[in-house]
Design a binder for this molecule. Structure first.
Ligand code: NAD
Length: 254
């Protein structure tokens, strides 16, 4: 389905990004994987090569989405290597809790810079190449962009911004043949919450509470987000742009 398509995935060294990389590899995509952890990124790349029908080896780029020069380097190396870009999966992101009473400006900046500013800059640099291929973009938003939650204030703001970014850029680029969509996962089993400092016990409580409020009665798996990303990036979604697709067991409707 993605044979000869150049697919760039940020934050590909773990979780949804790693799973998505593997799925695109199965569809013969030419991959660019970016992340901060070289060891993990190379492991994901190895797995992608194993499952790729043509044993295609991804291009791996170590990059921090908070560093402008790293972001510039992602686009430069992608174009130097493959000469084009077809699909951009803006996946890298962080989750941190905090309310209006205890989210410092520094924490706010960290979340917004990673989840919105870095993604904005990468997209801006990618657009000229996506216009050439009439490609598309899929942004990793969250149910936290679609509805409000207490105690994850900056994260909610970042994902709501990302949803609006998705709609606005979709509107601008639709007449030029480039589609832009987002997926909005509910709680998905990855390490993102541990990275935010949550311990095992707190995570168990978090998951139990989530199960009760997700109408489907369970939390999601990374592969369930991946399948939505693959669909939106495919020609099967050729009439879909500016969409924010919940992958949340019905949580957005509750
Ligand atoms: P994850 O922590 O495994 O993946 C996030 C990736 O982004 C990691 O590889 C991390 O290293 C990378 N990253 C973070 N900051 C970065 C930076 N400054 N520069 C470069 N890379 C950076 O978690 P995940 O659940 O796979 O998250 C993927 C995306 O899905 C995120 O955008 C997240 O907000 C979104 N999401 C996750 C859930 C969930 O419950 N897991 C729910 C809704 C949305």
């Amino acid at each position: 389905m993605f044979s000869n398509k150049v697919v760039l995935i940020t934050g590909a060294s773990s979780g949804i990004g790693a799973d998505t990389a593997e799925e695109f590899a199965k569809h013969e995509a030419k991959l660019v994987l970016t992340g901060r952890n070289e060891e993990n990124l190379l492991k994901v790349a190895e797995r992608c090569t194993e499952v790729s029908p043509k044993s295609l080896r991804p291009l791996c780029i170590i990059a921090d989405m908070n560093k402008e020069t790293d972001i510039e380097n992602i686009i430069k190396k992608t174009i130097d290597h493959y000469k084009k870009l077809d699909i951009l999966i803006n996946n890298a992101g962080i989750f941190e809790s905090g309310s209006i009473e205890n989210t410092s400006l520094a924490q706010y900046d960290k979340i917004m810079n990673t989840n919105v500013r870095g993604l904005y800059y990468l997209t801006m640099l990618a657009v000229p190449f996506l216009l050439e291929t009439k490609g598309n973009i899929v942004n990793l938003s969250s149910i936290a962009g679609l509805r409000s939650f207490p105690n994850i204030l900056a994260y909610c703001i970042s994902k709501a911004s990302l949803d609006q970014f998705t709609r606005c850029v979709a509107l601008e680029l639709a007449p030029k043949g480039v589609r832009v969509n987002a997926v909005n996962p509910g709680l998905i089993k990855t390490n993102i919450h541990f990275r935010s400092g949550m311990n095992e016990q707190e995570y168990e409580v978090f998951v139990e509470k989530a199960k009760q409020v997700h109408p489907i009665g369970r939390v999601g798996e990374a592969r369930e987000v991946t399948s939505a990303i693959i669909f939106l990036a495919s020609d099967g979604a050729s009439n879909i742009t500016g969409a924010t697709l919940p992958v949340d067991g019905g949580r957005h409707a509750s």
